[in-house]
Design a binder for this molecule. Structure first.
Ligand code: 4AD
Ligand code: MG
Length: 432
């Protein structure tokens, strides 16, 4: 009687046949002689009908006892039903209880975000969170496919490192036997070594910033993908970024439409994300902002609100290039005609999502890099290997880093990055 184990997403191939679905009770309702068990198995949800007249008394009673999130194996016949979610329903012949769940804390009623974040390990079971997890998974695969298909080699960067990449104020420090180590803020410096070895390289992994800011765009631990290309310039770097971002957005749109729809994402906004992307200089960005009423002055970094105002002027991501040297990292290549700006760019996502990419051309001259380290009060010793790259066949090169969570937040249309990573690390949260 027990049918073949079938995943809910494949039920359509088994119309009229007996199957077994293994999963959890999502919710249930009953009306006297009939019970509806809604079972989720990770691939989808299916409504299961238990008819008093057609199953044994034991099975009907067992179905009545089932609580939300109890684990079950249900056996029944697949019937197509247009009204059912997913288009199919199961008429049950058997129920096997694997585990009777205790009273489940997350009920269909509304819960506050802090409560849900405290129960994140359970919250992941909800449909919206499934959709986000799936989109994140597809997006990461798309990032890797894009680079792998274009001859990039994945070269992993270390997490425990001796030196800062993005300034010393956001470093997580840890003991490393009788010395200190820092959790990586970015794999970039190692990606540069990799690019000099294999030409086109990328690293992908978790990165860490002790950001004292509590915003909807900041996590302490986030994932970054960082391509780096030898003989590249800031221009070709921007070409690569617009190809890359268009590809991943279109791929998610193609492969995760039901999930985007469940999240009520406006699909036409994503459809518009195709090259070329607008490119404006930092100078122009400041002018545009001043015209829009901002009190920003040349030399200041763009704040979150500035980024939103600018991005709202375009229907696709905008690249802002050549920021002031003084507000950017030590490794950035100065513009030869205007050393007060560097050959870098940020990419700002539309609809208020702000910066998703930071990147640019790196200093390839040994003496200039040493000088910059000293101007930034950075010790030379931990960067000796990085300086070496400028001693043995140094070439102009460029790369960028894209934050996965901010990109997922934008593509999903989520208010806050906390829902884009399975277990968020935030200023006041390291649980669960
Ligand atoms: O602009 P950032 O700091 O650039 C770098 O780290 C470069 N070393 C990357 C490179 O050129 N290889 O960070 C890059 C991206 C940001 O645009 C943003 O998407 C993300 O990383 N990011 C964060 N995401 C979530 N929480 C934070 N605290 C983030 N800080 C940066
Ligand atoms: Mg940045």
């Amino acid at each position: 009687m027990a049918g073949e184990h079938v995943y809910v997403e494949n039920l359509g191939q088994y119309d009229g046949r007996a199957v077994t679905v293994k999963g959890w009770i999502y919710h249930k309702r009953s009306s006297g002689k009939i019970q509806f068990l809604v079972v989720r198995d990770g691939t989808g949800i299916v409504q299961c009908v238990v008819l008093k007249n057609e199953v044994s008394e034991e099975i009907f009673a067992l179905a009545q006892r089932l609580t939300q999130e109890s684990a079950v194996e249900v056996t029944g016949t697949v019937r197509s039903d247009k009204r059912a979610p997913g288009g199919y329903e199961l008429t049950l012949t058997g129920v096997n209880l694997v585990h009777l769940a205790e009273e489940y804390p997350i009920t269909p009623k509304e819960h506050g975000v802090e409560f849900l974040m405290d129960h994140r390990h359970l919250w992941l079971r909800s449909r919206r969170q499934h959709a986000v997890l799936r989109i994140r998974s597809t997006l990461i695969k798309a990032c890797r496919d894009f680079l792998d298909d274009r001859g990039f080699i994945l070269v992993d960067s270390p997490i425990l490192t001796p030196a800062a990449v993005e300034g010393t104020t956001t470093l997580f420090e840890t003991d490393y036997f009788d010395t200190k180590a820092y959790l990586s803020q970015s794999g970039q410096l190692y990606s540069e070594a990799a690019a000099m070895a294999v030409g086109k390289a990328y690293c992908f992994g978790p990165t860490f910033r002790a950001e004292k800011s509590k915003t909807r765009r900041h996590l302490m631990e986030f994932w970054m993908i960082e391509p780096e290309v030898a003989f590249a310039t800031s221009e070709t770097n921007m070409d690569l970024q617009e190809q890359f971002v268009s590809y991943i957005v279109q791929t998610v749109l193609e492969q995760r439409k039901p999930e985007l729809e469940l999240l009520e994402r406006e699909l036409s906004k994503l459809d518009a994300v195709r090259p070329p992307f607008p490119r404006i200089s930092y100078d122009e960005a400041v002018e545009r902002l001043q015209q829009a009423g901002s009190d920003i002055i040349w030399g200041e970094d763009l704040g979150g609100d500035d980024e939103t105002v600018l991005a709202n002027q375009f229907d696709r991501p905008v690249m802002v290039y050549n920021y002031p040297t003084a507000i950017k990292a030590f490794y950035m290549q100065p513009n030869p005609e205007r050393p007060e700006v560097v050959l870098c760019n940020d990419m700002l996502a539309p609809e208020g999502y702000g910066e998703i990419i930071g990147g640019g051309q790196r200093i390839h001259d040994y003496d200039l890099l040493r000088q910059r380290l000293s101007e930034h009060n950075l010790p030379e010793e931990p960067y000796r290997w990085y300086l070496d790259l400028r001693r043995y066949g140094s070439v102009p090169h460029a790369g960028f880093g894209m934050g996965i969570e901010r990109t997922v937040a934008w593509i999903c249309g989520l208010q806050h990055v906390r829902e884009t990573i399975p277990f968020a690390r935030m200023l006041n949260r390291i649980y669960p």
